[in-house]
Design a protein around this ligand. Structure first.
Ligand SMILES: C[S@@+](CC[C@H](N)C(=O)[O-])C[C@H]1O[C@@H](n2cnc3c(N)ncnc32)[C@H](O)[C@@H]1O
Length: 130
């Protein structure tokens, strides 16, 4: 309970440390790559919200690697994430860098993350946030 005597559950929800299951990511990406004739190998890919916990690997990088991606950068605002970078993605000054940005953003800032993802994609790049 917080000092205002309300449950901490809401804070956990806002922080949004929900782990995306691997199977739906793999199903989606397999079909998407097939339909778009997209090869992930040698694409510059960013997961900007890539937290994990002790029992689970980072969801999107795990599936992307399985589907032959070999140039994946990871970021998460949490210092305890094993992501390579620990920045607020919304403050990033990156522009036009990645071929693909893919993540499951926190719901409360999903729109902002999607718009930021589009800014860091290069020309012809794609933002997949769901
Ligand atoms: C819904 S979880 C997704 C975790 C993981 N990507 C997955 O799919 O299993 C959202 C993640 O966004 C991170 N996050 C929240 N705000 C952020 C921000 N401004 N910049 C970067 N990461 C952020 C949280 O720490 C959390 O790990």
């Amino acid at each position: 309970m917080s000092s205002t005597n309300r449950s901490n559950a809401r804070d956990a929800h806002i922080a949004d440390y929900y782990k995306t299951p691997l199977k739906p990511i793999e199903d989606f990406l397999t079909k998407f790559c097939y339909e778009e004739n997209l090869k992930l190998e040698n694409k510059k890919i960013l997961d900007p919200c890539a937290w994990w916990d002790i029992n689970n690997p980072m969801s999107y990088p795990t599936v992307l690697t399985k589907l032959w991606a070999n140039n994946i950068k990871t970021n998460d605002i949490r210092e305890d994430s094993p992501a390579e970078y620990h920045q607020d993605f919304l403050s990033s000054t990156l522009q036009n860098v990645y071929d693909i940005v893919i993540t499951n953003p926190p719901f409360n800032i999903a729109q902002d993350i999607i718009e930021k993802a589009l800014q860091v994609c290069n020309r012809g790049g794609m933002s997949l946030c769901y």
